[in-house]
Design a protein around this ligand. Sequence first.
Ligand SMILES: Cc1ncc(COP(=O)(O)O)c(C=O)c1O
Length: 388
Amino acid sequence: MSLSRRRFVSGVAAAFGYAGLWPTDLFAQDRLGQPAPGRRVPLDLDKVAKLNNNENPYGPPESVMQAMHSAWKWVNRYGAPDGGLSGAIQELHGVKAENVILGAGSGEILNVVGITFLLGGKKVLGVEPSYGSVYQQATSIKSEAIKLPLNKDYTQNIPALIEAANTYASQIGFIYLCNPNNPTGLIVPKEEVKQLLDRIPNDMPVLIDEAYHHFVDSPKYATSIPYVLEGRPVIVTRTFSKIAGLAAMRLGFGIAPAALIQRMRPFATGSQNVLVKFGGAASIKDTAAQQKVKALNMQVRDKTTAELRAYGYEVIPSEANFFMVGIRRNVQAVGQEFSKRDVLVGRPFPPMTEHLRVSVGTQDEMNRFMAAFKEIFPAGTMSVAVGQ
Ligand SMILES: Cc1ncc(COP(=O)(O)O)c(C=O)c1O
């Protein structure tokens, strides 16, 4: 007997008690949108407006699909060609093979950095909230994270990071800087990145997570890859999950001085599938497609955030494919209200528990978001309790 996917999903939902388990389980999703271990998540991805994981709603362009299609002939081979991926990364960033480490998503590289530089009891230093994966991993390997608060305007406090790096130098394994930061969408301006690197101990590794690099438009921002070329102990990570639309294919990379890459390699799987390698190479070359996604993202993001502001809500000005809106209510409760309306929004990011992170979807998805928002927050009732 064959069951349609939708019927199967709703059957599971019924079995688990739809009303009670759906919202709770959505917030149990981990950083990659997977169910937390031991949980079942009745998600019908064809039905929901999925604005909770900062994905690319358009998917990969034709050039990338074609390249991936051409890689099928190699799927039975170990040591298959890489579709030109390594060469394309090296050429784009002006680095050598010894400076590049590939991962199944940049998440793998973040983990590898954690294991490499924290084992033995060292700590990671960064701000909170940020992309929590690095901090969670530190905890999971019995290390710790030193997390500093953001500034009042939600930017990262670089002088405080510099001070902590010097004060606790002997305890710190590396600094984590997410630029632009997830969940705020705010950049660390290039001058401040330089200040940080110039004023911390010169052998302290700094992991600079540029997952959202391609969406940034501000002239105050710059990639930190040139610092690797200068030989500073900087590791820059990039992903194909965002601008390239290949989140489920799992590909990312890190760029760092050869000595750091050598320390990291033993902890990496060194294993990515041939389809995504071909797709990744094609994606790097298709800069027109990247520009199109960037422009669409800006257009849809700026329209939605303008509507929210006109409706009376504060929005943090984002440079990425997501933004945060101040809702003056607890995100956990409001998130459940959205999920009841088949709109998935970001999980809570303590201590910013009254700021909702919303990924930028298609215009249609954002229309659904705005309609849900207006239902949950009726005009003129900004202070009415939601889900309480
Ligand atoms: C800041 C940041 N870094 C890294 C990642 C991991 O992405 P991936 O493992 O898909 O490359 C994410 C995912 O959302 C992210 O937001």
